[in-house]
Design a protein around this ligand. Structure first.
Ligand SMILES: [Mn+2]
Length: 275
């Protein structure tokens, strides 16, 4: 009986299957926690969604920016670019069921001593703050007015959180933090788009987890989203996006003993993930 946190799958179904075999995942007793970005850019997003949905309660998912992008594209709110690979989901006979399931997934999952979130938390937020704010978004995404939330996300220009924010801008800013944050200033201004390695972050900004928050030291945050950071573990942080969709590895980490399992990306032209 074990719990494995799994990094950004992004449609790499065959690689995910090999990882699940390597860890000898038993759906009857083990659990899989996914850091989000289940879909997009990789070749088999539809199979990934169907598989993870089929796991029922033995899978925990938090939403990533690509998952929200899929929801927005499906509603005609955002537009696919050539590098996006969402078309098979949008054309699938079970698309409505899959999208409805996806829209009901949380943005943050808390189970002491862990927090699972796609990108990160602002240094100013306590764990209770983050959980409450994520819950505001989840409630709105599950309501009949969810399209208003998605509309506020594109184009996303919300870089400064304030508790005074209201309405869709408030929700979009919370989503921006939870699903896109990599670097921010000490007072919580988010850097707009940097995705390179942590040692080349623009002046005035730091990796969000480098800014100390003593109130959070009893919690280990599990996140993905930052492929150029790679697998990066320290006492209170498990950053596990090891860049599978970029041809690197998909990572699972067993939370009970922090053992790391990795499989290399199948590649996109070998009849596996590339099929
Ligand atoms: Mn992401």
């Amino acid at each position: 009986m074990a719990t494995y946190a799994i990094g950004d799958v992004q449609g790499c179904f065959d690689t995910l299957q090999r990882l699940v075999e390597q860890i000898q995942y038993d759906p009857a007793s083990d659990r899989l926690w996914f850091v989000g970005d289940l879909v997009n850019r990789g070749p088999d997003s539809l199979k990934v969604l169907r598989y993870i949905k089929s796991l029922g309660a033995s899978a925990v998912v938090v939403l990533g920016n690509h998952d929200l992008f899929l929801l927005a594209v499906a509603e005609g709110i955002a537009t696919s670019r050539p590098e996006d690979t969402l078309q098979t989901i949008l054309a699938a006979p079970d698309r409505d069921e899959l999208l409805a399931w996806l829209r009901r997934q949380p943005l943050l999952y808390r189970e002491h001593p862990f927090i699972l979130v796609h990108a990160g938390l602002l240094p100013q937020w306590s764990i209770d703050d983050a959980e409450e704010l994520a819950h505001e978004v989840e409630t709105a995404l599950r309501s009949p007015y969810y399209k208003n939330v998605l509309r506020a996300l594109y184009p996303s220009k919300h870089l400064q959180w304030s508790s005074n924010l209201r309405g869709p801008t408030r929700l979009a800013t919370i989503i921006k933090v939870l699903t896109r944050l990599r670097a921010c200033s000490a007072d919580g201004l988010m850097e707009s788009s940097y995705s390179g390695p942590p040692d080349h972050i623009p002046a005035g900004f730091l990796p969000w987890f480098r800014i100390e928050n003593r109130a959070r030291r009893d919690t280990t945050i599990i996140c993905g989203h930052w492929a150029s950071l790679g697998l990066y573990c320290e006492e209170n942080l498990l950053a596990i996006d090891s860049g599978c969709v970029w041809g690197r590895e998909l990572t699972a980490i067993r939370l009970e003993d922090r053992q790391v399992f990795q499989v290399p990306c199948n590649g996109f032209g070998d009849g596996g993930d590339g099929a």
